[in-house]
Design a protein around this ligand. Structure first.
Ligand code: URP
Ligand code: ZN
Ligand code: ZN
Ligand code: ZN
Length: 473
């Protein structure tokens, strides 16, 4: 087993920052060595296999992206990143663990769909990966199968209040699945939008000839996200299920979550960088068919209504627990173009697995969040909430040596011709400039990225069998 010393850097955790060296043996962190101690820095350098000089840089736990969709079938096409291309792009951006979604659609056995996702991912991932299970057909059989999946390390389940006829669950089905989650301790994840009302608005817009991507946003108003979020919280209240609302974009939905948390409810929110930076007016409203690049659900919200700034605020207050990408990339050619004359046929999703750490670091530079909060929402809390802590999400003896050296004096220009390794023919983040850069990425002790060069190999990543979270409240 080889040993590595990360020397001279400032280790950032969710609770503080400290100038301290990190000693890695094989796949694990084995010691943190304080300045002034006999073995600090140079003293140890001769006795380890490799020294990474992190002087002037931050040393942070590898990013944990708890929401991705590699090669996900959607709307007659398939998300353009495979597990191979998507996890490699994630590695470039300093993410060392993803949790992807296995998807059950009506008529399928839950266990079979999980097996399919294992097959797609095994041997193809650059970084470690786990699975959530989407339950798209809540019935006796799938509820019973949820228990089985938990024993296999799949400890969280996603339901949809949107997409009637595809993944949609009605309130009775949600209630039943939540009862199971309350019984078992599994985390219930919710896509909270009122899909029945949305589908009606969609057909009304189309009938009026309002077919451009902008109307994707207009047909999914914040009221229908707030309403569904409130309903999900109430159903969770009735059943006692822990609830994690995914990809929250409306400030009013977050207010519902914050209010529920204020009275002690076991409810958590996730948001994504696109909802913090992009908007209905600027992106979905771009000329011609350009807006299709940013069609995702929940949709980008109006900047005039102030959602973006409020979301940053809720990251500071702690009501947003984690930031994930909801990485679900589709190319413009042949994929987004399916909806050129009908926005409802544009496959939903934005690619961004590569850029989350950078985009959230820019929030530190801009004075919106602290370094500690950056690490907490990008790594520590997702690891903890999804049963991977303290193996992931923290720099501490015994943890996997998933480590990112981040250079605050570096610079990252995002664009398809620049820093772009996702399998997409455009970047949703074209032109974004980040005042920092990922320098070195280690995954379980192996250096997989160094100054924008990939050093890993296709099968480095392993399946992470997740525990039930013991510590949600
Ligand atoms: O638009 C999105 N978010 N696509 C991925 C599927 C989902 O609902 O998370
Ligand atoms: Zn969703
Ligand atoms: Zn989504
Ligand atoms: Zn998603």
């Amino acid at each position: 087993m080889s040993t590595t010393l990360i020397s001279g850097g400032t280790v950032i955790s969710a609770t503080g920052r400290q100038l301290i060296d990190v000693l890695i043996d094989g796949e694990s962190i084995v010691a943190l060595i304080e300045p002034g101690s006999a073995t600090f820095g140079a003293d140890l350098a001769g006795s380890v296999d490799e020294v990474i000089d992190a002087t002037g840089k931050y040393v942070i736990p590898g990013g944990v992206d708890a929401h991705t969709h590699m090669q996900m079938p959607f709307g007659g096409t398939t998300a353009s990143d495979t597990f191979e291309t998507g996890t490699r792009a994630a590695a470039f951006g300093g993410t060392t663990t993803i949790v992807d979604f296995a998807i059950q659609t009506p008529g399928q056995r839950l266990q079979d769909t999980l097996a399919q996702w294992h097959e797609k991912a095994a041997g193809n991932c650059a970084i470690d990966y786990g699975f959530h299970q989407i339950v798209g057909d809540v019935n006796d059989e799938s509820i019973s199968a949820m228990g089985e999946l938990i024993t296999e390390g799949v400890t969280s389940f996603k339901l949809f209040m949107a997409y009637p006829g595809v993944y949609y669950s009605n309130d009775g089905q949600i209630l039943r699945a939540m009862q199971k989650s309350a019984d078992t301790g599994a985390l219930m994840m919710m896509h909270a939008e009122n899909g029945i009302a949305i589908d009606e608005l969609v057909s009304q817009h189309l009938k009026r000839g309002e077919t451009s991507p902008y109307y994707h946003g207009v047909s999914r108003p914040w009221q229908l996200e707030e309403e569904a979020t409130h309903r999900a919280i109430m159903l969770a209240d009735v059943t006692g299920a822990p609830l994690y609302v995914v990809h929250v974009s409306a400030r009013q939905a977050l207010e519902q979550i914050a209010t529920a948390r204020g009275r002690g409810a076991n409810v958590f929110a996730e948001t994504c960088p696109q909802y913090l930076y992009l908007s209905l007016e600027e992106q979905l409203g771009a000329p011609g068919f350009e807006g299709a690049k940013w069609v995702c659900s929940t949709p980008l919200r109006s900047r005039a209504e102030g959602h973006q700034d409020e979301l940053w605020k809720f990251i500071r207050t702690g009501d947003v627990a984690g930031v994930a990408t909801d990485h679900c990339p589709f190319c413009m050619v042949d994929q987004k173009e399916l909806g050129i004359s009908d926005f409802s046929k544009i496959p939903n999703g934005i690619g961004g697995v590569e850029h989350r750490l950078d985009l959230m670091y820019q929030g530190v530079v801009d004075g919106r969040i602290s370094l500690e909060r950056w690490v907490e929402v990008c790594a520590t809390t997702p690891a903890r909430m999804f049963g991977m802590y303290p193996r992931k999400g923290v720099i501490s003896p015994g943890a996997d040596a998933d480590v990112v050296v981040y250079d605050p004096n570096g610079h990252t220009s995002i664009g398809v011709d620049k820093t772009h390794h996702m399998n997409m023919d455009y970047s949703a983040w074209e032109g974004f400039e980040i005042d920092g850069a990922v320098d070195t990425v280690l995954s379980r002790g192996k250096k997989i990225v160094e100054r924008r060069t990939y050093l890993g190999s296709r099968a480095d990543g392993q399946f992470v069998r997740r525990e039930l979270s013991q510590n949600l409240i």
